[in-house]
Design a protein. Structure first.
Length: 512
């Protein structure tokens, strides 16, 4: 029996929705629910028999959205293993480091990134989705799902932490069951005739959001283009019965700006799920004006996936109708079965209107960080997840985030920790010091800005710095602007004053 194994989510749809489409590329069915469940069971046997994958082993997915992505993900769980999804936007060197830190014994990759990964990943086998080694996994007889305990790891979600090094949040089967249940309880109803369209990365929020839709036998749709195209997305919505999708604010703005926005049948649009970065009140107003009251704004983080607070569709619609700007600027109220507090530096709870750190307790809170007991104890001290985000509640239980204790920059929905960019810039002999911050950007939410102090007698070559970054880290992490300065502002302890740099970046009149 499967016990608490997430692979059990497929069992119901494979029985009562056997011939309904489970995975589609555009409007072309790839797998029915019975076919998907069968392929998952055969893949799991292939993982066991061909690669020796067993309970607790890590299996990485360094892949763009692919028709087989969810099939592979569920086969990892079916075999009792632990998924280590990795964004395909990362540089191959970064991905290889995550494969290593995630203790992955095998890595699946899409063809677009597999070649570069092989140059960095060492002895870990790489299976390219859709090629011969991948197809061979489906040749054997299906196996029964491996029983797992609710507290066993299911997904290692690597997220930047305060130290600058990526940390792997250990998400258990129970965490992800609870996340799926919370969605169905307080976000939006899901029915078998629904679909979720994956325009965002399956390695992150879109993949996590798929779970409640899988549980209800709702179709998983991948755009034929492989990514976000506003016109294509709207056509897919028009062709379905009721479709939902997740987008970061950057893509929401592009969607609202499309000439076709607002022209379709609103009844065919289920929920526009927005998150992964701060959502402006103007973004919510524009989206509701274009599509009606179907926008849901969720606040979560890798350590409590997709589940801390949320601003429901009806609440956002009412706030717009009432002109309630404070409500629109909030991230809503605590999710079902989730306790959220704002505390001071001594972890004492603060009252409405008082600003402090946001802490969380609930069934979606991670088990800890992989191989980092001290960081785990610090993040989970007192039994509460300390998010590093700063905010305040109002007297109606709505949370507004006012700052981040961490220096993470969120650009296009992706987290970038300045230290990893600074480390690359410091490799250039012309750079004496470098500090990286985020500047508000109407398209990307934030863009990366670097402040550079030249080495004595050196000249800064921005093109060379760009090339150095592109050779070492993901493209979205490279600075969009460089500012050459004589010195960096510091406090009495010698710490660089990032807030002062952010203020300088906002008023600078010489962007690249």
């Amino acid at each position: 029996m499967s016990g608490a194994n997430l692979a059990g989510l497929l069992d119901g749809p494979a029985r009562w929705g056997a011939q309904r489409p489970a995975v589609l590329v555009g409007d072309r069915p790839v797998r029915t629910w019975s076919q998907l469940a069968g392929a998952v069971a055969r893949r799991a046997a292939g993982l066991r028999d061909r690669h020796g994958i067993g309970p607790g082993d890590g299996v990485a997915l360094f892949a763009a959205n692919h028709p087989a992505y969810l099939e592979v993900l569920f086969s990892i769980w079916h075999a009792g293993a632990v998924a280590v999804p990795i964004s395909s936007r990362l540089h191959a060197r970064e991905a290889a480091g995550t494969v290593d830190r995630g203790h992955a014994r095998l890595c699946f990759a899409t063809a677009d990134v597999a070649h570069d990964l092989l140059a960095h990943v060492g002895a870990v086998p790489v299976v390219v989705l859709g090629e011969a080694d991948d197809d061979a996994l489906l040749d054997g007889e299906p196996m029964a799902p491996v029983a797992r305990a609710a507290t066993d790891d299911a997904w290692i979600f690597f997220t930047s932490g305060t130290t600058g090094a990526a940390k792997g949040a250990r998400l258990t089967h129970h965490n992800l069951f609870a996340m799926a249940a919370a969605y169905m309880a307080d976000a939006a109803p899901v029915a078998p005739h629904d679909a979720i369209i994956h325009v965002a990365a399956l390695s992150h929020a879109s993949g996590l959001m798929s779970l409640p839709f899988v549980a209800r036998g709702a179709a998983q749709v991948l755009p034929a283009s492989g990514g976000f195209d506003a016109a294509e997305l709207l056509d897919l919505v028009a062709g379905g019965e009721r479709s939902s999708f997740f987008v970061p604010p950057t893509l929401l703005r592009r969607l609202c700006a499309d000439p076709a926005a607002g022209r379709g049948d609103g009844a065919r649009l289920g929920t526009i799920l927005v998150g992964a970065a701060p959502v402006l009140a103007a973004d919510l107003r524009d989206a509701v004006a274009a599509f009606g009251p179907c926008v849901w704004n969720g606040y979560g983080q890798g350590e409590s996936p997709c589940t801390i607070t949320a601003h429901a569709k009806a609440a956002i619609g009412a706030a717009i109708e009432d002109g309630d700007e404070d409500a629109l600027c909030s991230v809503g109220v605590a999710r079902v079965a989730t306790r959220v507090r704002v505390v001071d530096g001594e972890d004492r709870e603060l009252g409405p209107g008082e600003v402090g750190e946001v802490v969380v307790d609930g069934p979606t809170v991670m088990a800890g960080y992989l191989d980092l007991p001290e960081a785990s104890a610090e993040a989970l001290r007192g039994g509460w997840l300390h998010t590093g985000d700063v905010g305040a509640f109002d007297d109606r239980g709505r949370l507004t985030l006012v700052d981040r204790a961490k220096d993470v920059v969120i650009t296009g929905g992706y987290n970038v920790y300045p230290r990893e960019v600074e480390d690359v810039l410091h490799l250039d002999p012309a750079v004496a010091e470098a500090a990286v911050v985020g500047r508000l950007d109407p398209e990307w939410g934030e863009c990366i800005v670097a402040f550079i102090v030249p080495a004595p007698g050196a000249q800064i070559d921005e093109a060379a710095l760009d090339r150095r970054c592109l050779d070492a880290i993901a493209r979205h992490k490279r600075p969009r602007e460089y500012h050459v300065v004589a010195q960096l502002p510091r406090n009495a302890a010698g710490k660089v004053l990032k807030r002062a740099l952010r203020e300088t970046a906002e008023v600078a009149d010489a962007p690249r």
